[in-house]
Design a protein around this ligand. Structure first.
Ligand code: B4P
Length: 191
């Protein structure tokens, strides 16, 4: 199986590139952000709780997303592999994911880290806030807060996978197709 973590700060292009990767390599897309937004739309108890954190630009509690991911991995046993988008976002989530995949004898193959300048991240998310109804993109202070949370809480996940020799960094600046070409080059070296 090919299991890829697509990693990067808010606005790095994780969701955008994940879509292209799953189409080209026939993988299953697991986005915790999408799962949580869908729970919010359905007004489920999990969605109502998640909304409180997401609207403020904070991470939702680890156990909520870990349970979500575990159920989706179990539901997709016959896939050729997964693209994890927006997960793991803490080292605890990373350790739990490793354990889940170890039990299924299908470890993470690579973590691809998208690197994008701070000002470009802000510009992309402010722009998305104008065209989408995502509440976490409506306020520039919340956007800046999400990037702070990424730097403080999520970045250590890079070191976790670097220690396993699985980290690959790629520039996330430029056109969507240029970035996708760089990502494919990395993936094609392992398939
Ligand atoms: P996510 O849904 O993961 O959202 P995101 O970090 O903002 O990135 P996203 O993938 O959507 O955007 P992209 O960079 O593709 O998380 C939302 C919230 O959910 C979190 O803040 C947190 O509260 C919660 N959450 C999710 N997972 C969690 C977890 N594991 N643990 C705890 N909490 C969790 O794209 C951004 C914009 O840039 C788009 O408009 C896109 O069109 C544009 N864009 C992309 N590539 C571009 C390019 N090359 N050039 C120009 N624009 C580009």
């Amino acid at each position: 199986m090919l299991n890829i973590i697509l990693f990067g700060p808010p606005g790095a292009g994780k969701g955008t590139q994940s879509q292209k990767i799953i189409e080209k390599y026939n993988l299953q897309h697991l986005s915790t952000g999408d799962m949580l937004r869908s729970a919010i739309q359905q007004n489920s108890p999990l969605g109502l709780k998640a909304k409180e954190f997401m609207d403020k630009g904070q991470l939702v509690p680890d156990e909520m997303v870990i349970d979500l991911i575990a159920s989706r991995i179990d539901a997709n046993g016959s896939t050729k592999g997964f693209v994890f988008d927006g997960f793991p976002r803490t080292t605890l989530q990373a350790a739990k994911l490793d354990r889940m995949l170890e039990q299924r004898k299908t470890p993470i193959t690579l973590l691809i880290s998208l690197e994008v300048d701070y000002d470009e991240l802000i510009a992309r998310l402010v722009n998305r806030g104008k065209v989408c109804d995502r509440t976490d993109d409506q306020d520039e202070n919340v956007i800046r807060g999400r990037i702070d949370v990424y730097n403080k809480t999520t970045l250590p996940v890079l070191d976790y996978y670097k220690a396993q020799g699985k980290l690959r960094s790629v520039s996330g600046m430029g056109s969507i197709d240029e970035i996708f070409e760089r990502i494919c080059h990395i993936i094609d070296c392992v398939v």
